[in-house]
Each structure stands twice: as C-alpha cells, then as structure tokens.
Design a protein around this ligand. Structure first.
Ligand code: SF4
Length: 239
C-alpha cells in the first residue's frame, strides 16, 4: 500500500485546499458549522443525492431548529417530515440520538469521534464528518466518493470494499488529514470525488492533485476501482 511521505503530503494538501477555495461546492449545510445542522445533513445524505436532500434539509431545520426541539418532538412528526427520503431507520435514529444528546450531554454535541460513534445511527464516517466539519477535529473520512478517489490516488489493487481494502483506505485517510482546516480538507476530498474524480471518465486533466496520483501516473484510472464494484459505490454515497 502506498504510504505518503512529507513532500507528497505538503503538495497534496496545498493543491487540494487551493482548488477547494476556488471551486468547492456551495451547499446549504456548509453555510453553518452548527454540529446539529451538520449531523442532520450527513444523515440525510446517506444513500440519498445532494439534489434530493436540499429541500428536506431546509424543511427539517425549519421545523426542528435545534437538538432540543428534535428531542422534544413525537417520533411520528419526525417521520412525517422524512416521508419520501426512504430508509426510515435514519429518521428514528436521529430522534433517538437527539434525546441522548439532550439527556446525557446537556444538549451539546460531543466533539470526539468515539463519543459521536456511540450515538444511535452514527458510524465511523458520520462521526468523522461531524467532528471535522463542525469542530475542525482532524478526523479521517471514507465514503463512496472518497473510496474511489483514495483507491486511485494510492493505485489500490483489488476491491476497495473488502476488509483489507477498507483498512488500507482508512489508514490512508488518517495519514492525509491535516491538523489545520480539517473540515475544509474533508469537504474538498468529497467534492473532488463527486465532480472531478468521477466514477466513469475521471477528468484527470482538470484535477488539482494529478501530480500526486498513482493511477494517473500509471494510466490506470479507468481500471481503479474494478468496474464491477462501481455501481455499488455509486449507490452508497453522496453525489
Ligand atoms: Fe482521480 Fe484522475 Fe485526479 Fe487521479 S488524476 S485523483 S484518477 S481525477
């Protein structure tokens, strides 16, 4: 597995963040660093596209503007607002987690990944996203777009969804996240995966980190990840 050295890390972080400052996506949930809003958006974005989530996110925050309002609601009201988004267990878990935050954390979102992961419905990716986007904690993230991006950057052979592939990609994500601007950095990774390092025909000539990319150097970007895994990756992340 590719291990980034300090010059590679410096170049990668600098090029990626410069690109993000210029070309990052303008999304409603990025206008705030409120961990509650970040959490709602991240849960909605699991298995659902950005375009579909936007109106739901706005309606949800209007009806439940903070974690206390959500915790005090009836589950049936929460699920009514969720109608059409699918995967209703996400809505139920949101409601349960809001009650835990209010009852066990005085209504304040924990900043550390381990405590975040103890809340209902929050897995490793979502915990890293909340910690980095809301608090700039240097927490790694791996989701569908970044799986593909990391696999290409590192020239990963084999299935990135396998246990060994996942372990390697999480290790890579941990190695690259910077101590400063971790939230912007993680947003940038997701944006690059969603808009440039796309599933089919990645736009390598527009890519700000192509000088850091093993797949590009070897001309293997069309082979990584293996084509039979791509549809599955498309179905399991933000786009
Ligand atoms: Fe993806 Fe191409 Fe950029 Fe490599 S150079 S990260 S394959 S878009």
């Amino acid at each position: 597995m590719f291990t980034p050295d300090p010059p590679w890390l410096r170049r990668f972080r600098r090029n990626l963040l410069r690109w993000y400052d210029r070309a990052g996506r303008d999304l409603p949930w990025r206008a705030t660093r409120d961990p509650y809003a970040v959490w709602i958006s991240e849960v909605m974005l699991q298995q659902t596209t950005v375009a579909a989530v936007k109106p739901y996110f706005e309606r949800f925050l209007e009806r439940f503007p903070d974690v206390a309002a959500l915790a005090a609601a009836d589950e049936s009201d929460v699920l009514r607002l969720w109608e059409g988004l699918g995967y209703y267990s996400r809505g139920r878990n949101l409601h349960r987690a809001a009650r835990v935050v209010v009852e066990q954390h005085d209504g304040r979102f924990p900043e550390d990944v381990t405590t975040l992961q103890s809340l209902p419905g929050i897995g490793r990716y979502t915990a890293g996203a909340i910690a980095s986007f809301a608090f700039d904690v240097p927490a790694p993230i791996v989701e569908a777009n970044t799986v593909r991006l990391y696999a290409r950057l590192t020239g990963l052979d084999g299935d990135p969804r396998s246990t060994a592939g996942q372990r390697a990609l999480w290790e890579f994500a941990e190695a690259i996240v910077p101590a400063k601007r971790a939230g912007a950095f993680n947003h940038a990774l997701m944006d690059l995966g969603a808009t440039v390092c796309t599933i089919n025909e990645p736009r390598c000539h527009d890519c700000p980190v192509r000088s850091c990319c093993r797949a590009f150097a070897d001309g293997r970007q069309a082979e990584i990840p293996p084509p039979k895994r791509r549809r599955q990756l498309l179905l399991t992340g933000q786009s």
